[in-house]
Design a protein around this ligand. Structure first.
Ligand code: DGL
Length: 264
């Protein structure tokens, strides 16, 4: 592994920046190329076949163009369906982002866990298998949100038009109580866009819950594969690309996700 590795971080939009932020903290010396496939956003609305047909060849082009040492699929909707095809097609190591059902079920005291993801992610066999294997006796409620990723994109671009009621309608089904008085105490953020709204989710929740964001665990996995940085290493580079070809109107607002750098 080179001393200053190139890490390609990929999502349908800007949600993967919540993973990028943790990678930038863990490997500030890396060259990070962030790719938002905004031309195909939102992934949650596409069929499994359409996503495989889109992401596998696109990744081939991105690998050829950027020569990454590691690729992070910072998207649950894609990871739960395309990871095995990507690994079969390309030699570069891939780290995926899948619903953090195991730690959530291990942490829940009431044994009531909700998984908040895109409608694609909550339908996947991959997600069902995680619940079967790691549910640990919890009652798991799957909540497919049609609009929360778009609301998070809107909030990151200035927020006008994103109301509390819009957000609340998407998260309300996560909050389940039963006749015994047991209530949901843990919610898995199974879409990388959702931690962008963490302050709003916490404020609007009908009662306090633990929100599980997998990003720090993904950054630890990255470090496990490529090693940690030298304390005296120079800062890496940051590149932000959209498949639509657009340029971000205020790249400086995204600097916190790139360790304070304005991405080229
Ligand atoms: N950020 C993505 C995820 O983790 C998907 C949002 C979308 O494009 O629907 O699932």
């Amino acid at each position: 592994m080179p001393t200053r590795p190139t890490i390609l971080v990929f999502d349908s939009g800007l949600g993967g920046l919540t993973v990028q932020r943790e990678i930038a903290k863990a490997r500030p010396d890396a060259r990070c190329v962030y790719v938002a496939d905004d031309a195909f956003f939102p992934y949650g609305q596409h069929s499994e076949e359409a996503l495989i047909g889109r992401v596998v060849p696109l990744m081939g082009e991105l690998i050829a163009a950027h020569r990454p040492d590691l690729v992070v699929i910072a998207c649950n909707t894609a990871s739960t369906i395309v990871l095995s095809d990507l690994r079969a097609a390309y030699g570069v190591p891939f780290v995926g982002t899948v619903p953090a059902i195991k730690p959530a079920c291990a942490a829940s005291l009431t044994k009531r866990v909700s998984v908040l993801g895109t409608s694609g992610t909550v339908k996947r066999e991959y997600t069902q298998t995680l619940i079967r294997e790691f549910g640990g006796g919890c009652i798991v409620t799957l909540v497919g949100s049609a609009h929360l990723a778009s609301l998070a994109e809107g909030a990151l671009s200035g927020g006008s038009g994103v109301t509390d009621a819009d957000i609340f309608n998407e998260i309300a089904p996560c909050f389940v109580g039963d006749a015994t008085g047991a209530r949901t105490d843990t919610v898995v953020l199974a879409c990388t866009h959702y931690p962008l709204l963490l302050a709003e989710l916490t404020r609007l929740a009908p009662w306090p819950v633990t929100w599980i964001d997998p990003a720090p665990a993904i950054a630890r996995r990255v470090v496990g594969l490529i090693g940690s940085h030298q304390p005296d290493a120079l800062h890496g580079d940051a590149v932000l690309l959209y498949t639509s070809g657009k340029r971000h109107a205020w790249p400086e607002t995204l600097a916190p996700f790139f360790g304070g750098q304005v991405a080229a």
